[in-house]
Design a binder for this molecule. Sequence first.
Ligand code: NAP
Length: 511
Amino acid sequence: MTTKKTGPKAPVTPSLPERVRVLVIGAGFAGLGAAIKLDESGETDFVVVDKGQTVGGTWRDNTYPGAACDVPSQLYSFSFAPNPNWSRSFSPQPEIQAYLEDVARRSGVLDRFRFGVTVEDAAWDEADQVWNVSTSDGTVTADVVISCSGGLSEPKLPEIEGIEDFAGEIFHSARWDHDVDLTGKRVAIIGTGASAIQIIPSIAEQVGRLDVYQRTAPWVMPRHDRAYTGLERLAFRHVPFFQKAYRTGIYWGRETFVPAFTWQPKIATPAKLAALGNIKKGISDPDLQAKVTPDFQIGCKRILISNTYYPALARDNVEVVTDGIAAITPHGVVTRDGTEREIDCLIVATGFHTTDQPIAHHIKGRDGRTLGDVWGERGVASYKGTTTSGFPNLFQIVGANTGLGHSSMVFMIESQIAYILSALEQMKAGGITAVEPTAEAQAAWNADLQRRMKRTVWSTGGCSSWYLDEHGNNTTLWPRTTFAFRGLLRTFDIDKYETRTAPAVDKEQVA
Ligand code: NAP
């Protein structure tokens, strides 16, 4: 399996300091946003580490053909760094990556980033009230750790018999091997999720043959994408408030989808009709139409958007295979009916470790157990998706139940950054060395979430998805409006936390 990294060459960065107030792990949207806002708030004693060679996170790593955002870029960007130059409503990956690199450069915080550094372990030291973090570049001690490692960072490989023995080229969608020329080749792709439906139309014409292994047919709506006109771009740049108003319009438009997900799935009937129309428009063969028509409620899995996916499936050199994969041989894929389809290249578009994030197994809390141990026992649960009982001074951005089915994760990320900055400010002002949500606050938060979750389409829609863990609990998505989330995270609610102060401060207070 190819694990080659792409992107610009590593800048030469100084090695890690031994001590910082704040260590940020990950340099994607979350880590970069946190760094900029930390700096703006006057907190300059921080370092951001990332195993990659530049900022961008999942947008740096996902360079597959056709990669683009499926939330309009005007909203899928930092509110504090609007980009008047987006070329179109849904920007392609290179443009998003260039945007992030540009924001990083202009913000003047890049000197605090250390690239090519992998976090190996982080352990809370209760005596000294610090995190000791070992990395591939040495050990760093930090008062506070902000984990921005992201939910879509670790590719998930399918457990299929024989996959290790495949003799042709094989790579995951998130680790695209650009050295492989697919021209004229016999190619198979496993998966029909958000990544696959962008890849398939982008390579269908180029390859000799393409076998699409579909386990579950996704709902795919038309993609209302267009290039911005020169006039619009001029207005974004020069007309005061125009871009902000445009962004606000998109925000509220998307917020109207929330009731269909969280309350009454029937509201999504027009979306369902549009998606069914999309199938009919792209595919004329009734058998193929039936094969790709989903059998679950729209919204239960992520709703995808594409105008080119169904026409690609209808091509003569493309076959949608639904028989189920029994095994992979050195030269092909064998389906459950015993048919072997020979191939030269296998693309694995099977998603990411979302509910079982590998970093959780490397973060050890107050009692020496890892987040992975604790979550493995009780299920993934945090307080406000940001802090976790037993793990003092650990903040997670894009943590439990912060994902969205309808809007921009950047909005959620910015909400969490505000909460963390408020926490740091209160800690500084109060001489507080450690904060940790009380077990009661965390339990109440999660009880409320899971109560709300019961009526969402993610629970009732008749599908299995990566939103749900092995117990059937939805620990990934936020079941309310994004403005509710922002409101709840506006200020750090220290009364829901156990706090500890430095001995010196205690003495001062006594005196
Ligand atoms: P995904 O949505 O998890 O899709 C994985 C696909 O692989 C599904 O079709 C799944 O089938 C299939 N699969 C998994 N294991 C399999 C197995 N053992 N055998 C056969 N099929 C298997 O992954 P993704 O497409 O990479 O997308 C992940 C997330 O990334 C998205 O939900 C989205 O949040 C984000 N994303 C966003 C964009 C964008 O903004 N445009 C693009 C790409 C990704 P089942 O459905 O049956 O499980």
